[in-house]
Design a protein around this ligand. Structure first.
Ligand SMILES: [Zn+2]
Ligand SMILES: [Zn+2]
Length: 646
């Protein structure tokens, strides 16, 4: 058979040769580093015999799929170690993650404690040292069920597989686990391995649903070199310090309460101020770019969502209320509301494009296992907008929307932390989408053409489209190395027809417009989280909830400090005054911890001269006049200069 290798080189091998054999034929070094293989487009185990002509790529840890196989192998070693130490524990699942791997266990005596984690880690290292061979085998369904009869979660997983599926297992040193693979050939490469559940296991519901049993999840990570592990651990410490879920609470930006519920954070005065700064910035910029505002209800009858397709395709994700025969739902997006506004009037081609914008609060019923700080929430506010246009206007409008998004990212100083993802539909799963296949093809072709014209460096993500159209996702890579979508832009050829949206063409005929669904900064809560982590809480002046704090050295100077404070406030500067009877050194330290950009100290000398002593993020700047401070802060606010100093 003919194997096409990377770089287009073709080689002849006997049918039945495995990917591992081919790796060894290429070089011993490659075979040692090999984690899995890509056969045409499928990721396969290195053990897999190849019987037909194909393109083959040997995947190492540097390839995301190779890395997955590497870390997934590590998760099996974790499971093996746990079973050796705690016989009778039931095994759930153990996938790789972006940063490592985890395994979920069901232990009668409950969670694993902080003391048990190092014991398990030592056992993992022992097993790796023993270096048992890793073997793969398959069984027909009945035999597979027999083998896992004592493992209720595995039984459930097998029962969910298609009737004719060949069921894979991996076995190593007497430990066998149900698994589709792929796995490493042996454990030798698992050199930099560490459990990162230092505080003990965390709770995770079986299959992510709170209706199911809570399991004990142990996290770990693995690298081919111990030096890589060490580097990762240092980065992780740095990321922890910036973690918005910790820092955002410490800085008084947000809080949460069990009685209010998961995924429902409360913005405290500082967080609400940042929120207000952001919404004003976005709304004013949209106004400049020809958007018109709408303000629409937070809920609607099911009738509306039936027209939009949400009722059929997105009901699981909505909060439904009211009587069963007349249900209402909290809105998961604004589209059908803004479409209704469009339909309230007659439109001709001369009226188009119309750009609707709304700072819209939305509700999505995500499972509580997914909730996290300000990033995974059930209620959030977004700069939603829908642009209604003719086919001829699509190019200009799309470019305008991308330009607005890039302007926002640049202003936030994150233009180098983002990437573009072109999310396409999955033509093999047509029932997940509304609209005609030819419309999908046309919308996608058009979007790809526009993206290429704009010179954006994007990756394609099949199956990630919205149910009504392909989208451009702007992805932000956070301090944990994880990607979150901050902005989406969607081209929609389907919903105008469903909603009966029309306009009159030049020749008098009625036509359905094209719609772009878009956000200019995405979800405000998520944006705040992203900015906390980006700036480690030290926001640029224009975004700082408190820009200046005035600190009288003692009670004697509080009147003078009060005058300074009043001058700042009169100029619209976000100022605070700290009149507490604390030592000045303590007050300065506290203001620094709050990351306030400008600290003004007022004592005898300053009161006499009508000045203040200025401490900025750059350090002690000495005496300046209040007017100088006002000028500087006003300039930085108006120009939105990125002076975080972080
Ligand atoms: Zn596995
Ligand atoms: Zn929409």
């Amino acid at each position: 058979m003919k194997i096409t290798l990377k770089g287009g080189i073709e080689k002849e091998y006997a049918s039945g040769t495995t990917a591992y054999d081919i790796a060894r034929d290429l070089s011993e070094g490659l075979a040692r580093a090999a984690c899995a293989a890509r056969m045409d487009s499928a990721v396969v185990d290195l053990r897999q015999p190849i019987t037909d002509d194909c393109a083959l790529e040997i995947l190492t840890f540097d390839d995301p799929d190779g890395r997955k196989a590497f870390r997934h192998t590590a998760s099996h070693v974790l499971a093996q170690a746990v079973l050796r130490l705690y016989p009778g524990v039931k095994l759930a699942i153990g996938p790789s993650t972006d940063e490592g791997f985890y395994y979920d266990f069901d232990r009668d005596s409950g969670a694993f404690t902080a003391e048990e984690i190092p014991v398990i880690e030592a056992e993992i290292k022992k097993i790796i040292k023993e270096d048992p061979p890793i073997e793969r085998f398959t069984l027909p369904r009945d035999k597979a069920l027999e083998l896992v009869a004592d493992e209720p979660y595995k039984v459930e997983l097998i029962n969910d597989l298609p009737e004719d599926a060949e069921i894979g297992f991996y076995t190593q040193g007497g430990f066998t686990d149900l698994c589709a693979g792929p796995h490493l050939m042996n454990m030798k490469p698992l050199k930099g391995i560490k459990l990162i559940s230092e505080a003990g296991s965390s709770g995770a519901y079986w299959r992510g649903s709170e209706k199911n049993k809570m399991l004990s999840r142990i996290y770990g990570t693995a690298f081919p070199k111990t030096s890589e592990l060490e580097e990762y651990l240092i980065q992780r410490e740095e990321a922890k310090k910036r973690d918005h879920n910790k820092l955002g609470r410490e800085l008084g930006i947000f809080t949460s309460h069990e009685a209010i519920g998961q995924g429902l954070p409360l913005l405290m005065p500082k967080g609400a101020k940042i929120f207000q700064i952001l919404t004003r910035f976005v709304e004013d910029e949209e106004e400049r770019r020809g958007y018109v505002l709408t303000k629409t209800p937070y809920m609607a009858k099911s009738d509306l969502y039936k027209i939009s397709g949400h009722w059929d395709l997105y009901r699981e994700g909505m909060f439904i209320m009211g009587e069963a025969d007349d249900p209402y739902a909290l809105r998961p997006m604004t589209c059908p509301f803004q479409f209704t506004i469009y339909n309230a009037g007659q439109h001709s081609y001369r009226d188009l494009p119309i750009r609707y914008g709304e700072t819209a609060t939305l509700f999505r019923n995500e499972s509580s296992g997914e909730m996290h700080g300000l990033i995974r929430v059930r209620q959030f506010t977004i700069s939603e907008g829908h642009l209604v246009m003719t086919r001829e206007q699509l190019g200009d409008e799309f470019r305008g929307v991308v330009d607005l998004a890039n302007f926002m990212m640049k202003t936030f100083g994150i233009e180098n932390d983002i990437s573009y993802r072109f999310s396409m539909w999955d033509p093999d799963n047509k029932d997940k989408y509304v609209g005609e296949p030819e419309h999908w093809e046309e919308a996608q072709e058009e979007m790809e053409k526009l993206l290429n014209e704009l010179g954006l460096d994007f990756v394609k993500a099949p199956g990630e489209a919205a149910f009504y159209g392909p989208k451009l996702d702007i992805q932000f890579r956070n301090v944990h190395g994880k990607e979150d979508t901050v902005i989406t832009i969607q081209i929609d050829f389907a919903l105008a027809e469903r909603f009966g949206m029309t306009y009159t063409e030049r020749d008098g005929s009625k036509k359905n417009p094209i719609i772009i669904h878009r956000t200019s900064i995405g979800c405000y809560e998520r944006t705040i989280a992203m900015l906390i982590e980006k700036y480690a809480g030290a926001f640029p002046t224009w975004l700082s909830p408190t820009q200046v704090i005035v600190l009288p050295i003692s009670d004697k100077y509080s009147d003078y400090a009060g005058e300074v404070y009043a001058k700042l406030k009169a100029k619209g500067i976000r100022a605070e005054i700290d009149n507490r009877a604390e030592k000045i050194g303590y007050k300065i330290r506290e203001a620094r911890n709050e990351r306030i950009p400008y600290i003004l100290v007022a004592g005898e000398k300053e009161a006499a001269a009508g000045t203040v002593s200025l401490r900025s993020r750059a350090g002690d700047e000495g005496e300046v006049t209040v007017e100088q401070v006002i000028e500087r802060v006003t300039f930085e606010t108006e120009t939105r200069v990125n002076n975080s100093g972080s």
